[in-house]
Design a protein around this ligand. Structure first.
Ligand SMILES: Nc1nc2c(c(=O)[nH]1)N=C([C@H](O)[C@H](O)COP(=O)(O)OP(=O)(O)OP(=O)(O)O)CN2
Length: 127
């Protein structure tokens, strides 16, 4: 299995309105470092998983709707907790939509909250 990983970051504001999250129930900011790992069982005819430029652009496009936004105000997150885990899946699904034709077998997105805490979601595309 081959993997290509690209990285970006995104700044957001959000709140987590559930008593489980203590002070994070209030509006706060987060800068997530986002790593996207793209898997293919075999390389393509160019000897790559996906072109790095294409993967980087696709990740930036996937993150754009979140950038500098208050996630509480976005229609698709109304009534949902925008935890790091939930956002990792959301980004993975958007990325898979953009790179779906690239023969990938899986997309894994890691969102790093800070250097000591992160969450990830692995989306299998075919197996
Ligand atoms: N599994 C997750 N746990 C938490 C998430 C998350 O997205 N996934 N998010 C938060 C908050 O948004 C924030 O990032 C941290 O808030 P904080 O109050 O500092 O939470 P901690 O768990 O780090 O510390 P406490 O001692 O529990 O306050 C929180 N958790």
């Amino acid at each position: 299995m081959f993997t290509l990983t690209v990285r970006d970051h995104v700044m957001v504001a959000h709140s987590l309105p559930d008593p489980a999250f203590g002070p994070a129930q209030r509006l706060h900011g987060a800068t997530y470092v986002v790593e996207a790992s793209l898997e293919r069982p075999d390389l393509d005819e160019h000897g790559i998983v996906v072109d790095i430029g294409e993967a980087t652009a696709a990740l930036a496009e996937a993150l754009e709707p979140l950038a500098y936004r208050n996630l509480d105000e976005l229609e698709e997150f109304v009534g949902r907790l925008t935890t790091t885990e939930v956002l990792a899946r959301w980004v993975a699904e958007r990325l898979a939509d953009r790179l779906g034709a690239a023969g990938l077998s899986a997309v894994t997105v890691v969102l790093r909250e800070h250097p000591d805490a992160w969450a990830s979601y692995r989306l299998r595309l075919r197996w």
